[in-house]
Design a protein around this ligand. Structure first.
Ligand code: FES
Length: 102
């Protein structure tokens, strides 16, 4: 379990609870937060890109990037070294901040 502080495009923030068993994109959608997810969570479109920062820099708050996700992140020009992830491939295991893109 973790708490996500979601920063929306307009700068407002929303705290929501997250389970490590549910993808971040589904967690956001269940909380009523709009996020693109054109391919339905198959790591094929890249429209669910977010940036994730752990609330504790010494403790990761998400699962590792898989080769499939890394391939898509590269294809869309994302910056995983800066915390960019595909929300459909991300599972939250601790407290973190999530930044949405347009
Ligand atoms: S929903 Fe398509 S890559 Fe995540």
């Amino acid at each position: 379990m973790g708490t996500i502080i979601v920063q929306q495009i307009d700068g407002t923030t929303i705290p929501i609870a997250a389970s490590p068993a549910i993808s971040l994109v589904n967690t956001l959608l269940s909380a009523g937060i709009a996020i693109h997810h054109r391919c339905g969570g198959k790591a094929q479109c890249g429209t669910c890109r977010v940036r994730v920062e752990s609330a504790n820099p010494d403790k990761p708050c998400v699962n590792s990037i898989t080769p499939k996700e890394a391939q898509r992140l590269t294809a869309i020009g994302a910056h995983p070294e800066q915390g960019e992830r595909l929300a459909c491939q991300t599972y939250i295991s601790g407290d973190c901040h999530v930044y949405l893109f347009d």
